[in-house]
Design a protein around this ligand. Sequence first.
Ligand code: G4P
Length: 526
Amino acid sequence: MSFRQELEKRRTFGIISHPDAGKTTLTEKLLLFGGAIQVAGAVKSNKIKRGATSDFMEIERQRGISVATSVMAFDYAEKRINILDTPGHQDFAEDTYRTLTAVDSAIVVIDVAKGVEEQTEKLVNVCKDRKTPMIVFINKLDREGLDGIDLLDELEDKLGMKVCPMSWPIGMGQRLKGIYDIYNGTLPLFRPHGKQEEDETVFIEDLDSDELEKQVGESAAEELRSEVEIIQTVYPDFDLEAYRKGELQPVFFGSAINNFGVKELLDCFVKIAPTPQARPTDKRIVEPDEDDFTGFVFKIHANMDPRHRDRIAFLRVCSGVFERNTNYHHVRLARNLKFSNPTAFMAEKKSIVDQSYPGDIVGLHDTGNFKIGDTLTTGEDLTFIGIPTFSPEQFRYVVNKDPMKTKQLDKGLDQLMDEGVAQLFTKIDNNRKIIGTVGVLQFEVIQYRLEHEYGAKVDYEPISLYKACWVKSDDPDALKEFEKRRKNNLALDKKGQLVFLAESQWALERVEEAHQNIKFFFKSEI
Ligand code: G4P
Protein backbone atom coordinates (compact mmCIF):
# COMPACT_ATOMS: atom_id res chain seq x y z
CA MET A 1 0.00 0.00 0.00
CA SER A 2 1.37 3.43 -0.88
CA PHE A 3 2.15 6.11 1.69
CA ARG A 4 -0.86 8.12 0.57
CA GLN A 5 -3.19 5.12 0.86
CA GLU A 6 -1.90 4.40 4.37
CA LEU A 7 -2.44 8.03 5.30
CA GLU A 8 -5.95 8.16 3.90
CA LYS A 9 -6.89 4.99 5.77
CA ARG A 10 -6.21 6.49 9.20
CA ARG A 11 -8.87 7.89 11.54
CA THR A 12 -7.51 8.95 14.92
CA PHE A 13 -9.98 10.09 17.53
CA GLY A 14 -10.74 10.32 21.22
CA ILE A 15 -13.90 9.58 23.17
CA ILE A 16 -14.71 12.18 25.79
CA SER A 17 -17.35 12.15 28.48
CA HIS A 18 -18.13 12.82 32.08
CA PRO A 19 -17.21 9.70 34.12
CA ASP A 20 -19.89 6.98 33.97
CA ALA A 21 -21.57 8.23 30.79
CA GLY A 22 -20.42 5.05 29.01
CA LYS A 23 -17.08 5.80 27.35
CA THR A 24 -15.53 2.43 28.24
CA THR A 25 -18.63 0.52 27.19
CA LEU A 26 -18.79 2.32 23.86
CA THR A 27 -15.06 1.78 23.23
CA GLU A 28 -15.55 -1.90 23.81
CA LYS A 29 -18.47 -2.14 21.41
CA LEU A 30 -16.50 -0.33 18.73
CA LEU A 31 -13.62 -2.79 19.18
CA LEU A 32 -16.07 -5.69 18.93
CA PHE A 33 -17.30 -4.36 15.58
CA GLY A 34 -13.73 -4.12 14.38
CA GLY A 35 -13.11 -7.72 15.43
CA ALA A 36 -10.25 -6.43 17.57
CA ILE A 37 -11.70 -8.19 20.61
CA GLN A 38 -13.98 -11.17 20.72
CA VAL A 39 -15.81 -10.88 24.01
CA ALA A 40 -17.49 -8.15 25.96
CA GLY A 41 -15.63 -7.18 29.12
CA ALA A 42 -12.20 -7.37 27.47
CA VAL A 43 -11.55 -3.67 27.80
CA LYS A 44 -11.09 -2.80 31.42
CA SER A 45 -12.16 0.56 32.56
CA ASN A 46 -9.14 2.72 33.27
CA LYS A 47 -11.08 4.91 35.57
CA ILE A 48 -9.96 5.20 39.12
CA LYS A 49 -13.00 4.19 41.06
CA ARG A 50 -14.52 6.65 43.45
CA GLY A 51 -13.20 6.28 46.99
CA ALA A 52 -9.84 4.98 45.80
CA THR A 53 -8.11 8.20 46.84
CA SER A 54 -5.55 6.68 49.18
CA ASP A 55 -5.39 3.21 47.78
CA PHE A 56 -2.09 3.02 45.97
CA MET A 57 -2.49 -0.55 44.90
CA GLU A 58 -5.63 0.53 43.16
CA ILE A 59 -3.95 3.51 41.55
CA GLU A 60 -1.08 1.36 40.37
CA ARG A 61 -3.39 -1.30 39.05
CA GLN A 62 -5.39 1.31 37.21
CA ARG A 63 -2.26 2.91 35.82
CA GLY A 64 -1.22 -0.47 34.46
CA ILE A 65 -4.56 -0.83 32.76
CA SER A 66 -4.44 2.63 31.35
CA VAL A 67 -1.15 1.92 29.57
CA ALA A 68 -2.73 -1.08 27.92
CA THR A 69 -5.72 0.94 26.82
CA SER A 70 -3.99 4.22 26.05
CA VAL A 71 -4.34 3.59 22.35
CA MET A 72 -6.56 1.00 20.78
CA ALA A 73 -6.30 0.44 17.07
CA PHE A 74 -8.60 -1.65 14.95
CA ASP A 75 -9.58 -2.06 11.34
CA TYR A 76 -13.12 -1.47 10.13
CA ALA A 77 -14.51 -0.79 6.66
CA GLU A 78 -10.97 -0.68 5.27
CA LYS A 79 -9.99 2.06 7.69
CA ARG A 80 -7.38 1.91 10.43
CA ILE A 81 -9.05 3.43 13.46
CA ASN A 82 -6.95 4.65 16.37
CA ILE A 83 -8.92 5.34 19.55
CA LEU A 84 -6.98 7.40 22.06
CA ASP A 85 -8.18 6.75 25.55
CA THR A 86 -8.72 9.66 27.88
CA PRO A 87 -8.72 9.18 31.65
CA GLY A 88 -12.22 9.47 33.00
CA HIS A 89 -11.17 10.56 36.48
CA GLN A 90 -11.32 14.33 36.63
CA ASP A 91 -8.14 14.56 38.70
CA PHE A 92 -6.37 13.51 35.51
CA ALA A 93 -8.18 15.98 33.28
CA GLU A 94 -4.91 17.61 32.23
CA ASP A 95 -3.83 14.31 30.68
CA THR A 96 -7.06 14.27 28.71
CA TYR A 97 -6.54 17.82 27.44
CA ARG A 98 -3.12 16.85 26.14
CA THR A 99 -4.38 13.67 24.52
CA LEU A 100 -6.91 15.78 22.64
CA THR A 101 -4.02 17.53 20.87
CA ALA A 102 -3.15 14.19 19.28
CA VAL A 103 -6.57 13.40 17.79
CA ASP A 104 -8.20 14.52 14.56
CA SER A 105 -11.76 14.23 15.83
CA ALA A 106 -13.76 13.30 18.91
CA ILE A 107 -16.90 11.46 19.96
CA VAL A 108 -18.69 13.02 22.92
CA VAL A 109 -20.71 10.58 25.03
CA ILE A 110 -23.62 11.96 27.02
CA ASP A 111 -25.80 10.12 29.52
CA VAL A 112 -29.42 10.65 28.46
CA ALA A 113 -30.54 10.97 32.08
CA LYS A 114 -27.84 13.39 33.16
CA GLY A 115 -27.49 15.56 30.07
CA VAL A 116 -24.46 17.81 29.77
CA GLU A 117 -22.24 17.42 32.84
CA GLU A 118 -19.34 19.48 34.13
CA GLN A 119 -16.52 17.39 32.71
CA THR A 120 -18.21 17.18 29.31
CA GLU A 121 -18.34 20.94 29.21
CA LYS A 122 -14.65 21.38 29.95
CA LEU A 123 -13.54 18.78 27.43
CA VAL A 124 -15.83 20.02 24.69
CA ASN A 125 -14.44 23.52 25.22
CA VAL A 126 -10.93 22.21 24.61
CA CYS A 127 -12.13 20.61 21.36
CA LYS A 128 -13.92 23.79 20.35
CA ASP A 129 -10.79 25.88 20.92
CA ARG A 130 -8.96 23.54 18.58
CA LYS A 131 -11.88 23.35 16.12
CA THR A 132 -11.85 19.55 16.47
CA PRO A 133 -14.76 17.91 14.65
CA MET A 134 -17.12 16.25 17.14
CA ILE A 135 -19.90 13.67 16.91
CA VAL A 136 -22.26 13.36 19.89
CA PHE A 137 -23.54 9.99 21.10
CA ILE A 138 -26.43 10.19 23.56
CA ASN A 139 -26.21 6.99 25.54
CA LYS A 140 -28.37 4.82 27.81
CA LEU A 141 -31.62 5.21 25.85
CA ASP A 142 -32.71 1.94 27.47
CA ARG A 143 -33.26 4.08 30.57
CA GLU A 144 -35.62 6.95 31.20
CA GLY A 145 -33.95 10.25 30.52
CA LEU A 146 -34.39 13.79 29.33
CA ASP A 147 -36.57 14.58 26.36
CA GLY A 148 -34.64 14.41 23.07
CA ILE A 149 -35.38 17.99 22.01
CA ASP A 150 -34.49 19.30 25.49
CA LEU A 151 -31.18 17.47 25.22
CA LEU A 152 -30.42 19.03 21.85
CA ASP A 153 -31.24 22.44 23.39
CA GLU A 154 -28.83 21.70 26.19
CA LEU A 155 -26.07 20.80 23.72
CA GLU A 156 -26.62 24.14 22.03
CA ASP A 157 -26.98 26.25 25.18
CA LYS A 158 -24.36 24.71 27.44
CA LEU A 159 -21.82 23.54 24.88
CA GLY A 160 -22.40 26.14 22.18
CA MET A 161 -22.85 23.38 19.60
CA LYS A 162 -24.75 23.61 16.36
CA VAL A 163 -26.38 20.21 16.34
CA CYS A 164 -27.68 18.06 13.54
CA PRO A 165 -29.57 14.94 14.68
CA MET A 166 -28.65 11.95 12.52
CA SER A 167 -30.90 9.52 14.32
CA TRP A 168 -33.98 9.79 16.51
CA PRO A 169 -35.27 7.46 19.24
CA ILE A 170 -38.76 6.04 19.30
CA GLY A 171 -39.54 6.13 22.99
CA MET A 172 -37.09 5.70 25.80
CA GLY A 173 -36.45 3.35 28.73
CA GLN A 174 -39.10 0.63 28.85
CA ARG A 175 -40.85 2.23 25.89
CA LEU A 176 -37.78 2.26 23.62
CA LYS A 177 -38.86 0.69 20.36
CA GLY A 178 -36.10 1.61 18.04
CA ILE A 179 -33.90 4.35 16.69
CA TYR A 180 -34.77 5.82 13.36
CA ASP A 181 -31.72 6.49 11.21
CA ILE A 182 -32.77 9.80 9.68
CA TYR A 183 -30.15 9.81 6.94
CA ASN A 184 -30.41 6.25 5.70
CA GLY A 185 -34.14 5.92 6.37
CA THR A 186 -33.60 2.64 8.27
CA LEU A 187 -35.23 1.68 11.52
CA PRO A 188 -33.39 -0.84 13.67
CA LEU A 189 -35.83 -2.21 16.24
CA PHE A 190 -34.71 -2.55 19.82
CA ARG A 191 -34.00 -5.96 21.29
CA PRO A 192 -32.28 -5.53 24.66
CA HIS A 193 -28.85 -6.98 25.50
CA GLY A 194 -27.12 -6.84 22.20
CA LYS A 195 -29.24 -9.43 20.42
CA GLN A 196 -29.56 -7.04 17.55
CA GLU A 197 -29.22 -9.08 14.39
CA GLU A 198 -28.45 -7.44 11.12
CA ASP A 199 -31.55 -8.93 9.46
CA GLU A 200 -33.81 -7.43 12.10
CA THR A 201 -33.25 -4.00 10.64
CA VAL A 202 -36.46 -2.77 9.10
CA PHE A 203 -36.14 -0.49 6.11
CA ILE A 204 -38.72 2.23 6.06
CA GLU A 205 -38.61 3.97 2.71
CA ASP A 206 -41.20 6.49 3.65
CA LEU A 207 -42.13 7.57 7.17
CA ASP A 208 -45.78 7.83 6.05
CA SER A 209 -46.00 4.17 5.10
CA ASP A 210 -48.24 1.83 7.15
CA GLU A 211 -45.23 -0.32 7.80
CA LEU A 212 -44.24 2.08 10.57
CA GLU A 213 -47.54 1.47 12.46
CA LYS A 214 -47.10 -2.26 11.99
CA GLN A 215 -43.65 -2.17 13.46
CA VAL A 216 -43.98 0.24 16.37
CA GLY A 217 -47.71 0.79 16.95
CA GLU A 218 -49.93 3.73 16.17
CA SER A 219 -49.07 6.22 18.86
CA ALA A 220 -45.29 5.70 18.62
CA ALA A 221 -45.53 6.05 14.82
CA GLU A 222 -47.41 9.32 15.13
CA GLU A 223 -44.97 10.62 17.70
CA LEU A 224 -41.99 9.75 15.53
CA ARG A 225 -43.50 11.44 12.47
CA SER A 226 -44.21 14.66 14.27
CA GLU A 227 -40.81 14.73 16.00
CA VAL A 228 -38.93 14.03 12.79
CA GLU A 229 -40.88 16.81 11.10
CA ILE A 230 -39.93 19.25 13.85
CA ILE A 231 -36.30 18.17 13.67
CA GLN A 232 -36.13 18.57 9.94
CA THR A 233 -37.53 22.08 10.09
CA VAL A 234 -35.58 23.26 13.12
CA TYR A 235 -32.15 21.73 12.61
CA PRO A 236 -29.79 22.13 9.67
CA ASP A 237 -29.07 19.31 7.23
CA PHE A 238 -25.81 17.50 7.68
CA ASP A 239 -22.99 19.44 6.07
CA LEU A 240 -19.66 17.61 5.83
CA GLU A 241 -17.59 20.74 5.48
CA ALA A 242 -19.18 22.41 8.52
CA TYR A 243 -18.63 19.24 10.60
CA ARG A 244 -14.98 19.03 9.54
CA LYS A 245 -14.46 22.67 10.49
CA GLY A 246 -15.93 22.01 13.94
CA GLU A 247 -18.95 24.16 13.17
CA LEU A 248 -21.65 21.47 13.10
CA GLN A 249 -22.04 18.44 15.37
CA PRO A 250 -24.00 15.38 14.23
CA VAL A 251 -25.90 13.68 17.06
CA PHE A 252 -26.70 9.97 17.46
CA PHE A 253 -28.85 8.22 20.04
CA GLY A 254 -28.30 4.70 21.36
CA SER A 255 -27.46 2.34 24.15
CA ALA A 256 -23.85 1.25 24.26
CA ILE A 257 -24.39 -1.60 26.67
CA ASN A 258 -27.08 -3.07 24.44
CA ASN A 259 -24.98 -2.40 21.37
CA PHE A 260 -27.84 -0.40 20.00
CA GLY A 261 -27.24 2.55 17.71
CA VAL A 262 -23.48 1.90 17.87
CA LYS A 263 -23.10 0.46 14.39
CA GLU A 264 -24.91 3.47 12.91
CA LEU A 265 -22.50 5.71 14.76
CA LEU A 266 -19.45 3.77 13.57
CA ASP A 267 -20.66 3.53 9.97
CA CYS A 268 -21.20 7.26 9.88
CA PHE A 269 -17.89 7.92 11.66
CA VAL A 270 -15.84 6.06 9.03
CA LYS A 271 -17.62 7.98 6.29
CA ILE A 272 -17.26 11.48 7.69
CA ALA A 273 -14.39 11.59 10.21
CA PRO A 274 -11.31 13.42 8.95
CA THR A 275 -8.05 11.77 7.88
CA PRO A 276 -4.88 12.91 9.72
CA GLN A 277 -4.82 16.69 9.72
CA ALA A 278 -2.12 19.33 9.37
CA ARG A 279 -0.61 20.58 12.64
CA PRO A 280 0.93 23.91 13.64
CA THR A 281 4.55 24.28 14.76
CA ASP A 282 6.53 27.30 15.90
CA LYS A 283 7.86 27.66 12.34
CA ARG A 284 5.17 26.53 9.93
CA ILE A 285 2.19 24.24 9.41
CA VAL A 286 3.19 20.62 8.87
CA GLU A 287 1.04 18.73 6.35
CA PRO A 288 0.57 14.99 6.93
CA ASP A 289 1.59 14.05 3.39
CA GLU A 290 5.04 15.60 3.62
CA ASP A 291 7.82 13.09 2.90
CA ASP A 292 9.85 13.82 6.01
CA PHE A 293 8.80 12.33 9.31
CA THR A 294 7.69 14.59 12.19
CA GLY A 295 5.88 13.77 15.43
CA PHE A 296 5.39 14.95 18.99
CA VAL A 297 5.08 13.45 22.46
CA PHE A 298 1.70 14.11 24.09
CA LYS A 299 1.81 11.70 26.99
CA ILE A 300 4.44 10.03 29.14
CA HIS A 301 3.66 7.01 31.21
CA ALA A 302 6.09 6.03 33.94
CA ASN A 303 6.59 2.61 35.31
CA MET A 304 6.11 2.96 39.04
CA ASP A 305 8.44 0.05 39.76
CA PRO A 306 11.62 1.52 41.32
CA ARG A 307 13.75 -1.26 39.83
CA HIS A 308 12.79 -0.35 36.29
CA ARG A 309 12.39 3.36 36.17
CA ASP A 310 11.56 3.33 32.50
CA ARG A 311 8.84 5.26 30.83
CA ILE A 312 6.82 5.08 27.67
CA ALA A 313 6.54 8.26 25.67
CA PHE A 314 3.51 8.33 23.38
CA LEU A 315 4.32 9.94 20.07
CA ARG A 316 1.80 11.03 17.48
CA VAL A 317 3.14 10.72 13.95
CA CYS A 318 2.26 13.97 12.16
CA SER A 319 3.94 13.56 8.77
CA GLY A 320 6.03 11.10 6.77
CA VAL A 321 6.83 7.57 7.92
CA PHE A 322 8.31 6.78 11.31
CA GLU A 323 10.77 3.89 10.95
CA ARG A 324 12.33 1.62 13.49
CA ASN A 325 16.11 1.83 14.06
CA THR A 326 16.38 5.16 12.27
CA ASN A 327 18.04 8.26 13.66
CA TYR A 328 15.65 11.10 14.41
CA HIS A 329 16.35 14.61 15.58
CA HIS A 330 15.16 15.42 19.11
CA VAL A 331 14.65 19.13 18.64
CA ARG A 332 14.76 20.32 22.27
CA LEU A 333 17.89 18.33 23.12
CA ALA A 334 19.45 18.94 19.68
CA ARG A 335 20.44 15.27 19.63
CA ASN A 336 19.83 12.27 17.45
CA LEU A 337 17.94 9.34 18.90
CA LYS A 338 17.19 5.90 17.47
CA PHE A 339 14.47 3.52 18.62
CA SER A 340 14.90 -0.23 18.38
CA ASN A 341 11.56 -1.22 19.90
CA PRO A 342 8.85 1.26 18.95
CA THR A 343 5.48 -0.15 20.00
CA ALA A 344 2.13 -0.07 18.30
CA PHE A 345 -1.11 -0.85 20.08
CA MET A 346 -3.75 -3.06 18.48
CA ALA A 347 -6.69 -3.35 20.85
CA GLU A 348 -5.10 -4.73 24.03
CA LYS A 349 -2.06 -6.13 22.25
CA LYS A 350 1.28 -4.39 21.96
CA SER A 351 3.73 -5.19 19.20
CA ILE A 352 6.93 -3.82 17.79
CA VAL A 353 6.38 -1.89 14.58
CA ASP A 354 8.74 -1.23 11.73
CA GLN A 355 6.77 1.62 10.20
CA SER A 356 4.10 3.99 11.43
CA TYR A 357 2.11 6.52 9.45
CA PRO A 358 0.54 9.91 10.16
CA GLY A 359 -2.28 9.52 12.67
CA ASP A 360 -0.59 6.52 14.31
CA ILE A 361 0.58 6.55 17.90
CA VAL A 362 3.93 4.96 18.70
CA GLY A 363 5.09 4.04 22.19
CA LEU A 364 8.79 4.84 22.69
CA HIS A 365 10.81 3.44 25.56
CA ASP A 366 12.36 6.36 27.36
CA THR A 367 14.94 6.68 30.08
CA GLY A 368 14.38 10.37 30.71
CA ASN A 369 14.94 12.03 27.33
CA PHE A 370 11.39 13.14 26.79
CA LYS A 371 9.00 15.62 28.20
CA ILE A 372 5.53 16.43 27.04
CA GLY A 373 5.51 18.50 23.88
CA ASP A 374 8.89 17.24 22.62
CA THR A 375 9.18 17.03 18.87
CA LEU A 376 11.08 14.50 16.75
CA THR A 377 11.90 15.23 13.12
CA THR A 378 14.10 13.98 10.31
CA GLY A 379 16.34 16.98 10.87
CA GLU A 380 14.30 20.16 10.71
CA ASP A 381 14.25 22.43 13.76
CA LEU A 382 10.58 22.88 14.53
CA THR A 383 8.38 22.28 17.54
CA PHE A 384 4.70 21.41 17.53
CA ILE A 385 2.67 23.92 19.48
CA GLY A 386 -0.74 24.12 21.07
CA ILE A 387 -0.47 21.64 23.95
CA PRO A 388 -2.34 23.40 26.72
CA THR A 389 -1.47 23.75 30.40
CA PHE A 390 -4.24 25.01 32.62
CA SER A 391 -4.09 26.65 35.98
CA PRO A 392 -4.12 24.01 38.70
CA GLU A 393 -7.05 23.89 41.10
CA GLN A 394 -5.16 22.63 44.16
CA PHE A 395 -1.91 23.99 45.59
CA ARG A 396 0.48 22.91 48.33
CA TYR A 397 3.94 23.89 49.52
CA VAL A 398 6.50 21.11 49.23
CA VAL A 399 8.49 20.47 52.40
CA ASN A 400 11.69 18.47 52.06
CA LYS A 401 11.78 16.06 54.98
CA ASP A 402 15.31 14.86 54.37
CA PRO A 403 17.78 17.62 53.42
CA MET A 404 20.41 14.97 52.60
CA LYS A 405 18.23 13.93 49.69
CA THR A 406 17.74 17.36 48.14
CA LYS A 407 19.33 16.28 44.87
CA GLN A 408 17.05 13.26 44.58
CA LEU A 409 14.05 15.42 45.38
CA ASP A 410 14.95 17.96 42.70
CA LYS A 411 15.47 15.23 40.13
CA GLY A 412 12.24 13.49 41.08
CA LEU A 413 10.22 16.68 40.93
CA ASP A 414 11.83 17.58 37.63
CA GLN A 415 10.97 14.24 36.02
CA LEU A 416 7.46 14.05 37.42
CA MET A 417 6.74 17.52 36.08
CA ASP A 418 8.14 16.48 32.65
CA GLU A 419 5.62 13.66 32.68
CA GLY A 420 2.90 16.23 33.27
CA VAL A 421 1.77 14.79 36.62
CA ALA A 422 1.53 18.27 38.15
CA GLN A 423 2.97 21.76 37.85
CA LEU A 424 5.74 23.25 39.90
CA PHE A 425 5.97 26.93 40.81
CA THR A 426 8.89 28.57 42.61
CA LYS A 427 8.00 31.67 44.59
CA ILE A 428 10.04 34.73 43.73
CA ASP A 429 10.25 36.19 47.24
CA ASN A 430 11.43 33.12 49.16
CA ASN A 431 12.20 30.39 46.59
CA ARG A 432 9.68 28.03 48.15
CA LYS A 433 8.31 25.37 45.86
CA ILE A 434 4.58 24.97 45.30
CA ILE A 435 3.01 22.00 43.57
CA GLY A 436 -0.22 22.64 41.71
CA THR A 437 -2.54 19.86 40.58
CA VAL A 438 -5.99 19.41 39.14
CA GLY A 439 -7.15 17.07 41.90
CA VAL A 440 -5.97 15.99 45.33
CA LEU A 441 -5.16 12.48 44.14
CA GLN A 442 -1.95 13.62 42.47
CA PHE A 443 -0.45 14.89 45.74
CA GLU A 444 -0.49 11.39 47.11
CA VAL A 445 0.80 9.92 43.87
CA ILE A 446 3.70 12.41 43.87
CA GLN A 447 4.57 11.78 47.52
CA TYR A 448 4.51 8.04 46.95
CA ARG A 449 6.54 8.15 43.76
CA LEU A 450 9.15 10.55 45.15
CA GLU A 451 9.75 8.19 48.00
CA HIS A 452 9.64 4.90 46.11
CA GLU A 453 11.31 5.89 42.87
CA TYR A 454 13.71 8.65 43.97
CA GLY A 455 14.22 8.00 47.69
CA ALA A 456 13.07 11.51 48.62
CA LYS A 457 10.59 12.19 51.40
CA VAL A 458 8.24 15.13 51.26
CA ASP A 459 5.42 16.58 53.24
CA TYR A 460 2.98 19.21 52.18
CA GLU A 461 1.96 22.44 53.81
CA PRO A 462 -1.36 23.99 52.96
CA ILE A 463 -1.54 27.18 50.92
CA SER A 464 -4.82 28.75 50.06
CA LEU A 465 -4.81 29.76 46.43
CA TYR A 466 -7.54 30.17 43.87
CA LYS A 467 -5.62 30.07 40.58
CA ALA A 468 -2.20 30.46 39.01
CA CYS A 469 -2.34 33.01 36.19
CA TRP A 470 0.32 33.44 33.57
CA VAL A 471 0.95 37.14 33.11
CA LYS A 472 1.95 39.08 30.02
CA SER A 473 2.25 42.70 29.08
CA ASP A 474 3.37 44.76 26.10
CA ASP A 475 4.40 47.50 28.47
CA PRO A 476 7.77 46.68 30.14
CA ASP A 477 7.42 49.51 32.70
CA ALA A 478 3.98 48.30 33.78
CA LEU A 479 5.37 44.80 34.12
CA LYS A 480 8.28 46.04 36.24
CA GLU A 481 5.94 47.96 38.48
CA PHE A 482 3.67 44.93 38.79
CA GLU A 483 6.60 42.66 39.69
CA LYS A 484 7.72 45.11 42.34
CA ARG A 485 4.33 45.59 43.95
CA ARG A 486 3.10 42.00 43.82
CA LYS A 487 6.35 40.23 44.61
CA ASN A 488 4.80 38.18 47.40
CA ASN A 489 2.29 36.64 45.01
CA LEU A 490 4.60 35.93 42.11
CA ALA A 491 6.29 32.73 41.11
CA LEU A 492 8.06 31.20 38.14
CA ASP A 493 6.78 28.08 36.43
CA LYS A 494 9.11 25.36 35.23
CA LYS A 495 9.82 27.18 32.00
CA GLY A 496 10.68 30.35 33.91
CA GLN A 497 7.45 32.11 32.94
CA LEU A 498 6.01 34.64 35.36
CA VAL A 499 2.89 33.48 37.22
CA PHE A 500 0.60 35.42 39.54
CA LEU A 501 -0.76 33.31 42.41
CA ALA A 502 -4.24 34.63 43.12
CA GLU A 503 -5.66 33.97 46.57
CA SER A 504 -9.26 34.40 45.52
CA GLN A 505 -11.33 35.48 42.57
CA TRP A 506 -11.99 38.74 44.34
CA ALA A 507 -8.25 39.34 44.88
CA LEU A 508 -7.58 38.63 41.21
CA GLU A 509 -10.24 41.09 40.10
CA ARG A 510 -8.73 43.80 42.34
CA VAL A 511 -5.26 43.17 40.92
CA GLU A 512 -6.61 43.22 37.36
CA GLU A 513 -8.21 46.58 38.08
CA ALA A 514 -5.04 47.98 39.59
CA HIS A 515 -2.83 46.78 36.71
CA GLN A 516 -4.79 47.41 33.57
CA ASN A 517 -1.80 46.95 31.28
CA ILE A 518 -1.17 43.42 32.49
CA LYS A 519 -2.98 40.48 30.95
CA PHE A 520 -3.80 37.43 33.09
CA PHE A 521 -4.26 33.96 31.58
CA PHE A 522 -5.59 30.74 33.13
CA LYS A 523 -3.92 28.80 30.35
CA SER A 524 -0.41 28.52 29.00
CA GLU A 525 1.01 26.42 26.19
CA ILE A 526 3.84 23.98 26.30
P1 G4P B 1 -17.21 5.60 31.62
O1 G4P B 1 -16.12 4.83 30.96
O2 G4P B 1 -17.71 6.75 30.79
O3 G4P B 1 -16.92 6.04 33.01
O4 G4P B 1 -18.49 4.66 31.73
P2 G4P B 1 -18.65 3.08 31.65
O5 G4P B 1 -18.60 2.60 30.23
O6 G4P B 1 -17.79 2.42 32.64
O7 G4P B 1 -20.18 2.98 32.08
C1 G4P B 1 -20.64 3.45 33.34
C2 G4P B 1 -21.81 2.61 33.78
O8 G4P B 1 -22.90 2.80 32.86
C3 G4P B 1 -21.53 1.11 33.80
O9 G4P B 1 -22.28 0.55 34.85
C4 G4P B 1 -22.08 0.64 32.47
O10 G4P B 1 -22.44 -0.72 32.47
C5 G4P B 1 -23.30 1.53 32.33
N1 G4P B 1 -23.74 1.72 30.94
C6 G4P B 1 -23.00 1.99 29.84
N2 G4P B 1 -23.78 2.08 28.75
C7 G4P B 1 -25.05 1.88 29.15
C8 G4P B 1 -26.32 1.85 28.48
O11 G4P B 1 -26.45 2.00 27.28
N3 G4P B 1 -27.41 1.62 29.28
C9 G4P B 1 -27.34 1.42 30.62
N4 G4P B 1 -28.46 1.20 31.27
N5 G4P B 1 -26.15 1.44 31.28
C10 G4P B 1 -25.03 1.66 30.56
P3 G4P B 1 -21.67 0.26 36.27
O12 G4P B 1 -22.74 -0.40 37.05
O13 G4P B 1 -21.04 1.50 36.84
O14 G4P B 1 -20.48 -0.70 35.97
P4 G4P B 1 -20.49 -2.20 35.52
O15 G4P B 1 -20.54 -2.94 36.81
O16 G4P B 1 -21.68 -2.44 34.66
O17 G4P B 1 -19.20 -2.34 34.80
